[in-house]
Design a protein around this ligand. Structure first.
Ligand SMILES: [Ca+2]
Ligand SMILES: [Ca+2]
Ligand SMILES: [Ca+2]
Ligand SMILES: [Ca+2]
Length: 701
């Protein structure tokens, strides 16, 4: 009792001693330390304690417009770069409502105002007159701001957006501080952030010839043919189309007028956020945001997932970087009106570090594992998210929506009939044939004995079906098992084949939806094949009969390299053909990597082959399956503008019907290839970020 009384007494003392004790900081977006990120702090002047709700709504609306994709068509650059940014809201009550009014003496045309001097948190004054920058600070305004930032631990803030409780028009920039009235539009704030976060110049003008030296900013130049935007410009003509912001030209100074003069200086496009406060930045301006801020972000192309998240029939792109996910649809970008333009990776439709929904909020971490597949059964691929963390591991069902993903369910620690552990291995497979992907989960590391679980998707949840402890039918679960999902008998219920690299046993299972049943086993050898520990299994329906067959490659255990084609007869494998050392058109080598897909769209799955290690250069081979044989063609070193490299990672972009495509990426580059002729054609490529600009280097048009 005594201690509680003392605590209350202390609180009262604090309130009495400090009239600003209502001051709080709320994190809207936090990704790192102030030193590592660009910190933006919203503050408010002239809002009483009763008006903090109104202030919060103003901040929330600005935040959504500029830092999320849910923004009514505003440029997404700061949403895409959100991992580079921290955003905070500071609440501090003013004693009186509204800010002080004063008459601007600099311009007789300015309206005389009846002076007022309310007691506000930061003592801003408003004139409503351009010649006085609409508003002005008091002598101690900077001190008040700095004290407020220090009190809430935000002294390292890079930029302050001060919202005045004033309905008139206006905004004034004071270096680190931008003051705006509460009637300021999202577009005007975005324009100002173009200055502060993007380092951009104004592109608007008034009559006169620009006499200064070359502007330092990326989006203005005294040179009619400046290299500042030649990444995005056609040098033969100016393209017209939508959106107008993306029609960049450097031809003879097509767009004259910028930095307050209409002659002798040029801008990249006819209009943009930095000229007319439009919704979009032009490409050089957008690019400059990335140049300046990408070093603060974890964004890269190292973890790429493919899935038809939009349900269009083509695989879309999901990036996982740091604690974030970003999603990009594959299709024909809006506004691309030129003939011959086909699908490419469009601009992002989602960037997020949290996936919320009726099942709670999934906080993305760097160690999350994702598996793509349609467990809801609506034709859009969803995400199974696994956070490995011992007995506190989590599994999330993140369902694809039109605008991103929705968290349908989070399991913490356990699933029905299954205790999660770090080395759980999850496979999405529709084992009961109802069109919804279910789960096989294996753990052959963290327990004794080992386990396999079958969990059925209800569309929004997982239901326990069966658990196998220590043994599958005819098989002792082992940490040297490898598992490969397949529909071996073509009944649309997905089962698996396993290969044990120690015993060299291969076992095929089938499923009736409630259990797995041993279908065939091969001990040490398969038809026409001696098993060895480095055998690489690639499940594929190579003859198009809807029963999954098997390619096995071995480039390590023997002198020659071998590739065998084993056809599923529904219960086991029949020998088709074996290639020793070479297959027609491709000289196999030790470090070949194989990627299953249907690259000519005939329903028979073949292999892409990539080798960066064994020859004079990097080779990409594309095979064609006749159902009983393979033949190959290859490309070397360069494909279009893409220089094949040893750090490139390949992801097959499965199409629901027709030919599959390919995503290829390394840390800073992303390529989208489609089959063409006997090889692959570079359809689009992106450096540093994915953005569907009309003009781009390396083969955009
Ligand atoms: Ca199912
Ligand atoms: Ca089956
Ligand atoms: Ca087949
Ligand atoms: Ca094929």
């Amino acid at each position: 009792m005594k201690s509680i009384l003392s605590f209350c007494g202390l609180l009262a003392l604090l309130f009495a001693a400090n009239p600003l004790s209502a001051q709080t900081a709320t994190a809207l977006l936090v990704n790192g330390t102030a030193a590592a990120k660009f910190d933006i702090v919203f503050m408010g002047d002239g809002f009483t304690s009763a008006q903090q709700g109104e202030y919060n709504t103003l901040v929330s609306n600005y935040f959504n417009a500029i830092f999320t994709h849910d923004n009514g068509g505003m440029d997404d650059v700061l949403s895409e770069l959100q991992d580079a940014i921290n955003v905070y809201r500071v609440n501090m009550n003013s004693v009186n409502s509204g800010v002080a009014q004063f008459t601007c003496g600099a311009d007789p045309a300015c309206p005389a105002k009846t002076p007022t001097s309310p007691n506000t948190a930061y003592a801003f004054r408003y004139s409503g007159c351009w010649n006085c920058c609409w508003m002005s600070k008091a002598g101690d305004t900077d001190t008040r701001i700095n004290n407020a930032l220090a009190t809430v631990g935000l002294s390292g803030a890079d930029y302050v957006v001060m919202i005045l409780n004033e309905t008139g028009f206006g905004g004034c920039s004071y270096g680190r501080v931008l003051a705006i009235t509460k009637s300021t539009s999202n577009n005007v704030l975005l324009h100002e952030l173009g200055h502060s976060v993007g380092g951009l110049a104004d592109e608007y003008d008034r009559p006169g010839c620009f006499a200064g030296p070359e502007p330092g900013a990326r989006n203005a130049s005294i040179n009619a043919n400046t290299p500042k935007w030649n990444l995005f410009a056609r040098n033969t003509s100016t393209t017209t189309g939508n959106p107008v912001e993306y029609n960049v030209s450097q031809t003879n100074g097509e767009f004259e007028g910028a930095v307050y003069k209409d002659k002798c200086v040029h801008r990249p496009s006819s209009n943009s956020t930095m000229r007319g406060n439009t919704n979009l930045f032009n490409p050089p301006s957008y690019d400059e945001f990335w140049v300046r801020n990408k070093p603060r972000s974890n964004y890269n192309f190292q973890k790429v997932y493919a899935g038809d998240f939009k349900g269009t029939g083509a695989a879309d792109v999901l990036l996982h970087f740091g604690n974030h996910l970003a999603a990009y649809e594959v299709g024909v970008p809006d506004g691309f009106t030129n003939a011959g333009l086909t699908t490419r990776v469009k601009s992002s439709y989602m960037t997020a570090k949290r996936i919320s929904g009726p099942g709670g909020t999934w906080a993305v971490t760097a160690s999350d594992q994702f598996i793509t597949g349609d467990f809801s059964g609506d034709g859009k691929d969803d995400l199974l998210a696994f956070f490995p963390n011992g007995a506190s591991s989590r599994l999330g069902l993140l369902t694809a929506t039109a605008t991103g993903f929705s968290c349908t369910k989070i399991f913490s620690g356990s699933l029905p009939g299954w205790s999660m552990q770090t080395n759980d291995r999850y496979f999405l497979a529709d084992f009961n044939g109802d069109g919804r992907k279910d789960i096989y989960v294996f753990n052959t590391q963290n327990w004794n004995p080992f386990y396999m679980g079958m969990l059925r998707s209800t569309g929004t949840d997982l239901a326990f079906v069966r658990r196998y402890d220590q043994y599958l039918p005819g098989h002792l679960l082992s940490n040297t098992d490898k598992y490969f999902i397949a529909d071996i008998n073509g009944d649309n219920k997905e089962e698996f084949v396993l290969f044990n690299t120690a015993s060299k046993a291969t076992r095929l299972y089938r499923t009736d939806g409630t259990q797995v049943i041993l279908s065939a086993q091969y001990l040490g050898s398969l038809p026409g094949w001696s098993s060895a520990d480095q055998d690489q299994y690639h499940v594929a329906d190579f003859n198009g009969d809807n029963k999954d067959d098997l390619y096995i490659f071995n480039g390590k255990n023997w002198g020659p390299e071998y590739l065998v084609m084993l056809r599923s007869n529904g219960t086991g494998y029949d020998y088709v053909i074996r290639y020793d050392n070479t297959l027609p058109g491709w000289d196999m080598n030790d470090d070949d990597s194989y990627y299953v897909g249907d690259y000519n769209g005939d329903g028979k799955e073949e292999l892409l082959i990539y080798n960066t290690a064994n020859w004079d250069s990097e080779y990409l081979g594309r095979t064609t399956s006749t159902g009983s044989a393979l033949s190959a063609a290859w490309q070397k070193d360069w494909i279009g503008g893409w220089n094949l490299g040893g750090s490139d990672r390949l992801r097959v972009a499965n199409a629901r019907t027709g030919a599959d495509a390919l995503f290829i990426s390394n840390t800073d580059w992303f390529g989208y290839f489609v089959p063409a002729g006997a090889g692959m054609n570079q359809q689009a490529m992106y450096k540093d970020y994915i953005r569907a600009f009309k003009h781009h280097d390396f083969g955009w048009y």
